[in-house]
Design a protein around this ligand. Structure first.
Ligand SMILES: [Mg+2]
Length: 390
């Protein structure tokens, strides 16, 4: 079997959107002076879809959401020539070719996301070529079904947040992640607002359900040090990305300081990035995203690393490419779950592009033992609502 063609297309959403409020989540831009709320323009409204076709007619699907147009350019100009005419079963060789050929300017960020998209399509081909789901090629089923946590609860008014939590609690979710709206720039008033929002959600979900707290890199070490003692009484399952991804020593300091597990990794890349996080005990929960970290070839190795360090892996964003990794290792106890909503930030766009994405039932998602590859196909229902760049 040989790779015959690689096609990367950018799907730009031009349909209806529901803008969330400007401070729906604290973020790294909060520390930079601006006249507008920093999240008011933060959107993931396009996605790059990669289709790799083999000489025997199998088509593998991959995707990348980080800087889609740039990812497409990297795929078209640099990565495609490295995999054309090659045997997809040589996936490790192909991964190393892509990683090392772009090493001078790649390594992390959008280049690794572009490599991830190719790697995902290759694994989809491998599964399809032997009639097995990808998780069966990685270790198989380690769980009857995958427990997942509800992930949205953007900061809005507290009544709306409570109603949202109640609705998904009623649907059977037993774990919930909420976003803080405020960081250091919002002074003591923001501290109080953050605490009020945690209290409001705990009021709805009680203490026999899990609560995860998301900072999305919007705090700094000093602010986190002030917040953490105040948050301990709410018994969060973890505090996510308190500081920017490069501040690994900051993560390590916070993780030492508090009984609250610090989580992170959705903005970290490759086996080496995670070895560094684990060596420094910077995070107590690892949250790579398979379509950023280097694809399934890299994520599978990171799973093994986390198993050896006894640190749980709970991949960022749910989505099919992550569920296969979660299913195939006992290092991964659960998945994140982005529900399908009208298009807001863009976390939900995956559902509009692909068919086959599992829908949570009673707080669990299931993978089919008999669906070959990743189990996704292109959706036609919303095609006219995208501008597609070839
Ligand atoms: Mg996150």
């Amino acid at each position: 079997m040989k790779i015959k063609s690689v096609r990367a297309r950018v799907f730009e959403w031009k349909g209806k959107t529901v803008p969330p409020q400007g401070n729906f989540c604290s973020n790294a831009m909060d520390l930079v002076y601006s006249n507008t709320e920093s999240m008011s323009t933060f959107r993931f409204h396009s996605w790059t879809v990669v289709e790799i076709e083999t000489d025997d007619g199998i088509i593998g699907l991959g995707n990348v959401a980080l800087a889609p147009a740039i990812a497409k350019a990297i795929i078209d100009q640099y990565l495609t020539p490295l995999v054309l005419g090659q045997d997809p079963w040589d996936y490790e060789y192909l991964w190393q070719r892509m990683y090392r050929a772009t090493h001078a300017w790649g390594r992390k960020g959008v280049t690794m996301a572009a490599i991830s998209a190719i790697d995902l399509a290759i694994w989809d081909i491998l599964g399809k070529s032997v009639g097995k789901p990808v998780f069966k090629l990685l270790g198989g089923r380690t769980k009857e079904k995958i427990p997942c946590y509800y992930s949205k609860l953007y900061r809005t008014n507290l009544d709306e947040m409570q109603a949202e939590a109640q609705k998904y609690k009623d649907q059977g979710f037993t774990a919930f992640k909420m976003r803080f709206g405020y960081g250091p720039a919002h002074l003591q008033k923001g501290v109080a607002e953050n605490l009020k929002s945690v209290e409001a959600i705990r009021e709805v979900i009680g203490y026999d359900n899990d609560l995860m707290l998301e900072c999305y890199m919007g705090w700094n070490v000093e602010y986190a040090k002030r917040m953490l003692p105040k948050l301990e009484k709410f018994e969060p399952r973890w505090l996510e990305e308190p500081v920017i991804a490069d501040d690994i020593d900051g993560y390590a300091e916070l993780n030492r300081l508090t009984s609250i597990p610090i989580s992170g990794g959705e903005h970290e890349f490759s086996l080496y990035g995670f070895k560094q996080l684990l060596d420094k005990k910077a995070v107590s929960v690892v949250q790579y995203d398979t379509n950023r970290v280097g694809g399934i070839t890299a994520a599978h190795k990171i799973n093994a690393l986390c198993e050896a360090y006894s640190v749980p892996v709970i991949p960022h964003a749910g989505q099919m490419h992550n569920y296969h990794l979660t299913m195939s290792t006992i290092a991964s106890p659960m998945s994140e779950y982005f529900p399908m909503f009208d298009v807001e930030v863009g976390n939900e766009l995956f559902y509009y592009i692909f068919d086959g994405e599992p829908v949570a039932e009673n707080g669990f998602v299931q993978l089919d033992d008999n669906k070959p590859g990743l189990g996704l196909t292109m959706k036609t229902e919303f095609l006219d609502q995208f501008n597609i760049v070839e």
